[in-house]
Write a protein that binds this ligand. Structure first.
Ligand code: FAD
Length: 376
């Protein structure tokens, strides 16, 4: 009998898993999404490093319209006064087929939805109840439909509701006391930056990331600012704290700004049910300071898919061990970047800049700090 898989949540993780199953196996599967549609209007950008591009290429990402994506060849680091500190060559991690890529999240979701949209995606579905029946899991949804499946995959993001049905231990994400602001710059930013590359400007309790999104010269801007409380009505005062450090930055915040509080997962717990798995942010939510959230969502889907396909014994243990190992590597680096990008003391900034200039040229250091994440 064919195994049946229910994937809960149609974000990057759930859609990637669905594509892998559709393309490379004959398992029966269904994606259940709580929203009434996929949010394609979210214009914000994501970076995909080579570790995730390599996986996406196995499901046809290499055929995507090149006008909709960009391949930045480096990262330039600046202080908040727009003075360059050093640069990182990203091409050292690229191969001919797999290149560091930036794009709009909606472009990636459009690509991922194409193969699964009509047959394998159901909207407006929220789990109401779960139970075990004849060695399978019976899922009842709140619209009174149900599904009997062999495997349940929670891909419903950092606040995973799936967890609450299968796990006794709560794993509440924690507010990082930082807020992310996003906008798209449609015209030249007027900063002294190379707009073909990724620019990171580090200031007191904040940093700004700017990168091209496509071949239309649209730039994605993210600004992370430390603050104890998230108040969507207080965005102006957050911006003013950044602009106070460099008045030339005022212009880049003139467009429509969206804001998010930053959350992260504190502890990584395995699933306590052998038929239930978590992927993407539902497994572990990272800080965005290594730009690996989407990448790890794609990786976790790939790891789980391979284990299911091989049909090995104790998939749960194998999945958790490998995912935990990878998540720890990424988490350490994301947390460390968050710490060093935001120094408020001038002395600490000077020391940081000195070490960055030195270490960024050291192949062995870059190989172990970034290569371990990007080359897989
Ligand atoms: C400011 C910021 C910048 C970022 N920048 C980058 C970057 O540059 N590069 C990068 O790789 N990552 C980045 N990320 C992270 C990345 O966006 C996420 O890690 C990634 O989208 C997680 O994917 P996911 O599929 O696990 O979860 P989500 O994208 O959260 O998707 C979960 C899906 O499940 C659905 N859902 C939720 N609850 C239920 C339910 N009960 N039942 C059914 N469905 C449900 C949701 O509607 C949604 O469709 C960034 C994140 C932030 C906050």
């Amino acid at each position: 009998m064919k195994k049946k898989i229910a994937i809960i949540g149609a974000g990057i993780a759930g859609l990637t898993l669905a594509n892998l199953i559709k393309k490379n196996s004959d398992y029966d599967f269904m994606l259940y999404e709580k929203q009434e549609s996929l949010s394609l209007d979210e214009g914000y950008g994501i970076q995909l490093s080579t570790n995730s591009i390599k996986i996406l290429n196995t499901i046809g990402f290499d055929k995507i319209d090149n006008n909709k994506i960009f391949h930045p060849i480096g990262v330039d680091f600046y202080n908040i006064q727009n003075k360059k500190i050093c640069e990182l060559d990203l091409t050292q991690f690229n191969t001919i087929e797999n290149k560091h890529t930036t794009l709009q999240r909606s472009t990636l979701i459009e690509f991922l939805k194409d193969n699964v949209y009509t047959q394998h995606l159901r909207f407006g579905k929220k789990i109401k109840e779960v139970s075990e029946l004849k060695g399978k899991v019976l899922i009842k949804f709140d619209d009174n439909t149900n599904d009997l499946v062999d495997i349940v995959v929670g891909a419903d993001g950092i606040f995973s509701n799936t967890r609450s049905f299968f796990e006794k231990k709560k794993n509440e994400p924690k507010f990082k006391k930082a807020i992310a602001l996003r906008t798209i710059l449609k015209t030249k930013s007027e900063l002294k930056i190379d707009e073909q590359r990724i620019s990171i400007m580090m200031g007191k309790n904040c940093h700004i990331v700017i990168y091209p999104l496509n071949q239309n010269k649209e730039l994605n801007l993210v600004c992370i600012i430390r603050d104890n409380k998230y108040d969507p009505d207080n965005i102006k005062s957050l911006v003013s704290r950044v602009v106070a450090q460099n008045s030339d930055l005022e212009k880049i915040f003139e467009g429509e700004l969206k804001s998010w509080p930053l959350y992260f997962t504190t502890k990584i717990h395995p699933s306590t049910n052998s038929k239930v798995f978590y992927i993407g942010d539902a497994f572990n939510g990272f800080l965005p300071t290594l730009a690996q959230g989407a990448g790890q969502s794609i990786e976790s889907a790939y790891e789980l898919f391979n284990l299911i396909k091989e049909d090995k014994e104790d998939i749960q243990k194998a999945y958790y061990q490998e995912r935990l190992r990878r998540a720890k590597i990424v988490r350490r680096r994301s947390n460390f970047n968050f710490f060093v990008f935001h120094f408020s003391s001038t002395i600490m900034q000077v020391i940081r800049n000195f070490f960055m200039k030195f270490l960024i040229k050291k192949k062995s250091f870059i190989g172990s700090y970034l290569g371990t994440v990007y080359k897989r």
